[in-house]
Structures are given as structure tokens and as C-alpha cells.
Design a protein around this ligand. Structure first.
Ligand SMILES: [Fe+2]
Length: 249
């Protein structure tokens, strides 16, 4: 199997700093062939082995659900999960995998919620959702209100990555005050996505507004970036001191 670590980077930081800050990851795309993450079961296992080598023991993986694009039903996700579990057990890997979903907020999702269709939550009824990167959806406030009404705890995926929040942090404070949990992508800390996302990640950490961290691992490139991110001291150290909810899952 092809190693994902770049040897020079691997040697330059000590082993301790390379460990993921929590042993449970809640945001990744490890199920094969149903979104833009792993495409084959072999790729799923490569990613799982990579996460495992960073200290992750359990992943609650979160395939995309987008009304017009990734039409992943709970049934499709469960079938795929079961295939990956079989392979994990066949290869005798010490790794637990569960599945929820990363729901893209659009009218389709809002309708599913209003109709009471099954949505895959994790832990204590947490529901992971993402937004368009470009425009704040008009539905956002009502969606959060309705999620609470139906007993879900909203978790916004990578709040640091949305451009419309970059110069309007008060919007993030409003969401926090409305009971939204925030899930930071670890790779945002090293500027993997953009300088703006890195600055927002730092601000969220400084404000102690991070509830969960996630790898958002789709492919080996994210594992390599994660390894580099984990070696960055200042904000990783600050992050490790936060009370993260990953361990409650
Ligand atoms: Fe994701």
C-alpha cells in the first residue's frame, strides 16, 4: 500500500505533537463511491489506516447529502457502512466506524425536516450541516429553529470556511447564541483552505467557540495536510486546551 506520509515532514516533528487532539473524529468522507470522498473500498481502508496512525480510534463518517447532487438516503449510507465494517473486520483493524451525514442546507433539506423524514444524527442527536460557501442561505435561522423544535442539536460544519462570515463575526456569535454547535476543520489552522479560513479558525479558538473538531478527510491529500497541521504548535496547543465534545461521542 502506498504510504501517505512525506518522510521529510514526518521526521521533522516529534511523535507526540503529531497525535490528533481527540480520539474520535466526526467529519469525514470515508464511505466508498457515494460522494466526493473515498471512491473504492481500498481507498476507504487507506484513509482509515491513515486516520488511525494519527491516533483516531473511531470515526463517525459523514457522507454529503445534497438534494440535487448527492442523493444519499439513510439506507444507502447504512449499506455502505456495513461493507466498510466487514472489510475492517476482515483486515483485523482496531478501528470503529459509524455514520451520520453532512447535510447541505437547501430547500430540499428543509422540506425533509418539516416532513419528519429520517435524518442521520450522531451522539446526542447532533445534526451536522453545511452551507453554501458563497451566500448565506435565507433559510438558516428558521432551519435552526425547526431543528431545535424537532429535538436535534445543530452542528455547523467548518464555520471558519464561509466567506460571508469572514468580515462579520457577529453573525457567528448570533448563531452560537441561537444554540448552534461549531465544528472546526483541523486543517483550517494551517491555512490549508485559505488565509481567511485560518484567521477565522484562530478567532474561533481564541473565543473558545469551538465545540467539535473534524478532519473532513476526503482523500490522502487531507491526511498529509493533517500531519503538517498537527505539527503546528501555537493554535494546536490552544485547541488542545479547549473542552471539545468529540470525546462525548
Ligand atoms: Fe465535509
Amino acid at each position: 500500500m502506498r504510504p501517505f506520509f512525506r518522510k521529510s515532514a514526518f521526521k521533522s516533528v516529534d511523535e507526540q505533537t503529531l497525535q490528533y487532539p481527540v480520539s474520535i473524529d466526526l467529519h469525514s468522507h470515508l464511505l466508498p463511491g457515494i460522494d466526493d470522498g473515498a471512491q473504492t473500498i481500498e481507498e476507504s481502508i487507506t484513509l482509515i489506516k491513515g486516520l488511525s496512525s494519527l491516533g483516531i480510534k473511531k470515526a463517525i463518517t459523514s457522507p454529503h447529502v445534497m438534494h440535487d447532487f448527492y442523493k444519499n438516503t439513510p439506507d444507502i449510507i447504512r449499506k455502505c457502512l456495513s461493507a466498510v465494517r466487514k472489510e475492517i473486520s476482515k483486515q483485523n483493524l482496531d478501528f470503529t466506524i459509524e455514520a451520520s451525514a453532512e447535510y447541505y442546507l437547501d430547500e430540499g433539506l428543509y422540506e425533509m425536516l418539516m416532513k419528519g423524514e429520517e435524518l442521520l444524527s450522531f451522539g446526542d442527536r447532533y445534526l451536522l450541516f453545511e452551507l453554501s460557501f458563497m451566500n448565506e442561505p435565507g433559510l438558516l435561522k428558521d432551519f435552526i429553529f425547526q431543528l431545535h423544535l424537532k429535538g436535534f442539536k445543530p452542528v455547523l460544519a467548518h464555520p471558519e470556511r464561509y466567506m460571508f462570515f469572514h468580515r462579520r463575526v457577529e453573525k457567528l456569535e448570533e448563531l452560537k447564541n441561537a444554540g448552534v454547535f461549531f465544528q472546526l476543520n483541523l486543517n483550517s489552522i494551517s491555512g490549508y483552505y485559505s488565509v481567511e479560513a485560518r484567521k477565522m479558525a484562530e478567532w474561533l479558538i481564541d473565543q473558545q467557540m469551538v465545540d467539535f473538531v473534524g478532519s473532513d478527510c476526503h482523500a490522502e491529500k487531507h491526511l498529509i495536510a493533517l500531519q503538517e497541521t498537527l505539527g503546528r504548535s501555537k493554535y494546536m496547543d490552544k485547541l488542545r486546551k479547549l473542552k471539545l465534545l468529540n470525546s462525548s461521542l
